[in-house]
Design a protein around this ligand. Structure first.
Ligand code: FES
Length: 185
């Protein structure tokens, strides 16, 4: 669903991109790339506008947009969770972490929550295999991510958007307190 004023922004941006690159069929990919670069994703409305300008069926624009992984069809979330699915991470629990995010956020990789707070992606090796399974949260690398840690990460941003390191300490403290509570009961 588009936010207030977003429709105008998309139309203006698409129109400017068409004017700059030219409304020609052979320019389809550069047009899509330019729109994504400016808006952060490829809205359906922009693709429909491009199809109309190029005088081709919309499906001929949706085709390449959905085929190439480099195109994002949903707006980026305020916070982005990128779950590494490289070999090391996959073998040690990457899929479990990804499943946890999907279940908790109710979205699939490549999607964004309805409130646009979070988006979820799966990525190839990010070069920190010793920390597997790894999740990149915005610009922070989070290692050895368990389902419990997934909950902690989401909760920290749901409440007040604190940084990952702060939340990390809070979660550890909480877990310790819970463990003490269980020991004492
Ligand atoms: S496989 Fe995940 S960081 Fe290398």
């Amino acid at each position: 669903m588009l936010l207030e004023g977003e429709r105008d922004t998309i139309l203006k941006t698409t129109s400017a991109v068409l004017a700059e690159h030219g409304a020609r069929r052979e320019k389809l990919i550069p047009l899509l790339q330019a729109v994504q670069e400016q808006l952060g994703y490829l809205p359906k409305l922009a693709m429909e506008e491009i199809a109309a300008a190029l005088d081709i069926p919309a499906v001929e624009v949706f085709g390449p947009a959905t085929f190439y992984n480099s195109f994002r069809l949903h707006p980026p979330g305020e916070h982005q969770f990128k779950v590494c699915m490289g070999t090391a991470c996959y073998m040690i629990g990457g899929q479990i972490a990804l499943d946890s995010f999907e279940r908790r956020l109710q979205i699939k990789p490549g999607e964004t929550t309805a409130d646009r707070r979070f988006s979820l992606d799966q990525v190839a090796c990010v070069g920190c295999c010793s920390l597997a399974p790894v999740v990149v949260v915005d610009n922070f690398v989070e290692g050895k991510v368990t389902p419990t840690r997934v909950d902690g990460l989401i909760l920290s941003y749901e409440s007040n958007g604190q940084k990952v390191e702060q939340d990390s300490q809070q979660t550890e403290a909480t877990n310790t307190d819970e463990a003490k509570g269980e020991e004492g009961s």
